[in-house]
Design a protein around this ligand. Sequence first.
Ligand SMILES: C[S@@+](CC[C@H](N)C(=O)[O-])C[C@H]1O[C@@H](n2cnc3c(N)ncnc32)[C@H](O)[C@@H]1O
Length: 307
Amino acid sequence: MEHISVLLNEVIDFFQYLDLPEDKIVADFTLGGGGHSEAILQRFKNVKIVAFDKDQFAIDYSQKRLEAYKDRIQFIHSDFSNFDDFIDYKFDGAILDLGISSFHIDDKSRGFSFDSDEPLDMRMDRSDASLSAADIVNNYKFAELQRIFKEFGEISRPNKVVNAIIDYRRSKRVETCRELSEIIRKNFFSNNRKINVATKFFQAIRIAVNDELGCIEKFLSKIFDFMNVGSRLQIISFHSLEDRIVKNSFKYQAADCVCPISVMRCCCNKVKKINILTKKPISPSESEIGRNKRSRSAKLRVAEIIV
Ligand SMILES: C[S@@+](CC[C@H](N)C(=O)[O-])C[C@H]1O[C@@H](n2cnc3c(N)ncnc32)[C@H](O)[C@@H]1O
C-alpha cells in the first residue's frame, strides 16, 4: 500500500512564504515515501530540497518517485539527528513527519506488524546492526523491559507480560512478531476493543530499538541554529511522547526569560528565538481521517524563527 502523506495541505499552507522568485532550501528530515517533498517541489518552483531518511528503502523509493525533480532534490541516508554532519548552511524551511511509514508496516519482513511470522526486527535503519527488537525482548532484564513498556508504551501495569516473556525465554527465544503478540494477548487485558492489545507494547519496543525520542531531542538541541530568520520548522508527531518533546522545546525557544520565579530581575540572558504559530497543535480534519485512518493521532506544530 502506498504511504498517504498526513496534513499535506496544512503543511503547504504554512510554507506559503516560500512562494518567491529567489532560490530557497527546505529540509525534509523524514523523506519516507516522498509525499511531502513532492508536494513542496510541485507547489514552490524555486525550492530545492535536502531530504534525509535513515531507511535506505525510503531513499531508493523516493529517488524513483521524484526522478522528475532530480535537479532540485538531494538525498541523504542518515539519521536526522546527525544532519549537521552534512550541512554547513541554514535552511529556509524544514519538515519532520515522525515515526514509521506504511511501508514499514506493510513489509512484514521488517518485523513491525503483530500478525507476522517474520523475525522481530523493527529497525528503521537496517544497516545499523546494533540493536533489534529481538535483542531487547530476549536479552533485557525484568527492570529494563518494565521501564521500556512503562516509559515508551505508557502501560501502567506491564509486569504480567514482562514475567511471561521471561518465562517463555527459559525454554525458547521469542523469535517472531506473532510469538510476542501471542504472549501479550494471553497476559494483558485491555478494555479498548478497537485497538490490538499488542499496539502499545510494540510501540514501546520500536521506540527503544530506534532511540526515537533521543533522536528528536538531539535534533531539537541544534536545529534552531541552522534555520534562517523568517523560516519555519514544521513537526508532525503521532503520539504524546513525541509531541511533548516538541511542545517543550518550542516553549523553551519561544521564552525570553527562563529565570526561576523567585528571581526579582531577569539574569538568564535567554534570547527568544521563535514564535509559535500553532498555539494548539493542528489535527487532521474528519474527512482526512476518513480517507486515512493512520492520520487520526497526528499533531502538527509549527515554529517561525525570529533571530
Ligand atoms: C511517516 S514517514 C514520512 C512520510 C513522508 N513525509 C511522506 O509524505 O511520504 C517517516 C519516515 O521518517 C524516517 N525516520 C524516522 N525517524 C528518523 C530519524 N531519526 N532519522 C531519519 N529518518 C527517520 C522513517 O524511516 C520513515 O521513512
